[in-house]
Design a protein around this ligand. Structure first.
Ligand code: KG4
Ligand code: ZN
Length: 338
């Protein structure tokens, strides 16, 4: 009998629902929230209201596109955390009520594990990474190097002690009056600029940890000083600024990843999360094949930023292990272990 899992993602500003049949994705509906654009970042209160508005139509569409009736579902998997509490509560409450109505189990999913497990959604032209592998999970909220030993066994080898890599992109965009989210536009502009035009302070952090707040401050002071000399500095140099700043982020990410490969001897390396859509990061990861004799795993674009298919596949593996939860589970905003 096939296993049908409904996945629900509502941890930040995307309301998403997906149906997975075994490991094959049947639907993956995502409602983005435009409401945050004018604020240059996610406004938590507005995010939960938008989730509340979007969740039923998104679930309805996910079932319709999948071509199944809700009675065929075996379980409802949803992101319990980490994320914005008000946003998580919308997905959690809906999932509990929906599962209760259908008399099927609920499965709780860790958002960061889901980003990693997106690599196991069946895809005709992609190989699944074998265990153990390293995964650089880089998103708007998180930056981690994870050792993945099994679907349910992940160890964080290093992580950011302050801002996430995606946040470094988003905050830089805001400083330059570029739209939110900043990653995609900085990526686009960087292609037209010189990455060696400007130098930004590189973080010096021990072990496999990261820090991006100093880099962000370095850009802030740089822009402040340059704007004093020339008020059109940003407009005249935006491509070079984007290219140089992006280079600083990506080389920082790569430096620790090289170290992690050396320290663990693990030669299978994946990337995940919103920032894994970045073209320079993708280029640099590909270089690991020749420089470090690694095999690399790069997700389809549709599985880089937040989506429910990754939640559904994470739910699939828990379903197989009979790893269900009861209705008393409550969302959590932060987690430092996996
Ligand atoms: O995984 P995600 O959708 O949400 C979180 O879990 O945080 O990641 C969103 C982040 C944002 O910070 C966005 O700017 C970044 O991913 N991002 C990118 C690119 N596309 C999205 N960063 C750099 N280059 C991109 N092409
Ligand atoms: Zn995410």
């Amino acid at each position: 009998m096939p296993i049908y899992i409904l996945g629900i993602e509502s941890s930040c500003d995307d309301t998403s629902a997906s149906v997975i049949k075994d490991r094959v994705m049947l639907s993956n509906i995502i409602a983005n929230q435009q409401v945050h654009e004018e604020y240059g970042g996610v406004v938590p209160e507005l995010a939960s209201r938008a989730h509340q508005q979007n969740i039923i139509p998104v679930i309805d569409k996910a079932l319709k596109v999948a071509g199944i009736d809700k009675k065929q579902l075996n379980a409802v998997a949803f992101t319990l955390g980490p994320g914005l509490l008000g946003s998580l509560l919308v997905g959690t409450s809906f999932a509990k009520a929906f599962a209760m109505g259908l008399n099927i189990p609920i499965i709780v999913v860790n958002h960061l594990q889901a980003h990693v497990l997106a690599h196991f959604i069946e895809s005709p032209d992609k190989e699944n990474p074998p265990f153990p592998f390293l995964c650089l999970t880089v998103s708007g909220g998180h930056t981690q190097i994870v050792e993945v030993n099994a679907y349910d066994d992940m160890k964080i080898l290093g992580q950011t002690i302050d801002d996430a890599a995606g946040e470094a992109f988003d905050k830089a965009a805001k400083m330059m009056d570029l739209p939110y989210p900043g990653g995609p536009i900085i990526d686009k502009y960087a292609k037209m600029g010189n990455p060696d035009a400007f130098e930004f302070a590189k973080p010096r952090i021990d072990d496999l940890n990261y820090s991006f707040s100093g880099l962000k401050t370095s850009l802030l002071y740089f822009l402040r000083d340059k704007l004093k000399e020339d008020e059109n500095f940003i407009a005249e140099n935006v491509y070079d600024i984007c290219a140089s700043y992006q280079k600083a982020i990506i080389s920082t990410l790569m430096q620790k990843l090289y170290l992690a490969i050396e320290q663990t001897g693990i030669k299978h390396v994946a990337i995940a999360g919103g920032v894994s859509a970045n073209s320079e990061l993708r280029n640099e990861i590909n270089k690991l094949q020749t420089i470090m004799q690694c095999k690399v795993y790069i997700p389809d674009f549709q599985f880089t930023t937040d989506n429910a298919a990754m939640v559904a596949i994470a739910g699939h593996f828990k379903y197989i292990n009979n790893d269900f939860s009861d209705l008393s589970v409550k969302p959590y905003s932060r987690n430092l272990t996996m």
